[in-house]
Design a protein around this ligand. Sequence first.
Ligand code: ZN
Length: 366
Amino acid sequence: MTTGLVFHEIYLWHHTGNHANYVPYGNPVEPLQHIEGPETKRRVKNLMEVTGLINSLKPIKPRPATKEEILRFHTENYFEKIKGNNDKISADFGISAPTGIGSFDIALLSAGGVIEAVNAVISGEVDNAYALVRPPGHHAMPDLAMGFCIFGNAAIAGFHALEKTPVEKIAYVDWDVHHGNGTQAAFYDNPNVLTISVHQDRNFPAKTGLLEENGEDEGEGYNINIPLPPGSGVGAYEATFDRVVIPALNKFNPDLIIVPSGFDGGANDPVGRQMMTSEGFRSLTKKIMKAADALCNGKIVMTHEGGYSAATVPFFAHAVIETLANQDVGLVDPFQNIIGRLGQQEMQPHQDNLIKSAEKLLNNIK
Ligand code: ZN
């Protein structure tokens, strides 16, 4: 079992400036750091170094995505606008997506890193891969930066796979606590790409990610949103995967599974209100791997999205990557016992009702 890891120090140099969480500073808001900072991702890599897990991973070298690759999803106007601000100390291209000096270059390397992860998995160089990239991508729209995302890394890598590799069908399983609206938009009318997003109901974006958004035209039935109620714990997530996500994958039969992997569904996250744990994320990873083994020779590419609790995110990511790599380095997550025993970790009736509604969408996959 070989798991690839995409990482580059310069991902951490994408500078999102002084905000209080995501609100720009200025009286009455005292300057603080932007919530989408380097620390959560740096600490994922640091923890993997300290435990030794990183030694069992195969490094995949990122390279900048080309303009042609970016334009498979984004408009030229948008591309040029971000390029033109590459030397600006700070800019914001849309809805809460600040950039700093060099952010265009770093965003290209982020998208290109996910493309190279796909190449490594499809070529068989590795069995699966985790792209620890930054800036994240799943909110980015063709002509609009959103939610800390500049280029749609996962969508761009998917378009690349469809055009440049033997892959004909891709399934996305986005477990970030926010709706994967950009990936949804990229493939909304495409029956060869199943986009699934499991997220907190109307967190961000405010008005998308509803059950009713089920795809359009030929792609009708091939977008599944599961907007879990706030407060959902491991029980609700596991039931969602057992009853909707995995059956959808089985019915769709993809050649490749891409997981936009955000850890803001974890308990303690400052911008999410769910209660996932490292063992919860490990369990979801096992479920996807089992399906991937049966459907597509285990081909999974995960790409890092959100997750803003610097203390806990490294343990969530470590559990996922350790599982992908079929390793056990003996790490005990000190947060697991605390957040794992929170009340209502087991599925609640109102969560069950939502999952029941989502189960009906399985009928729309032909
Ligand atoms: Zn998120």
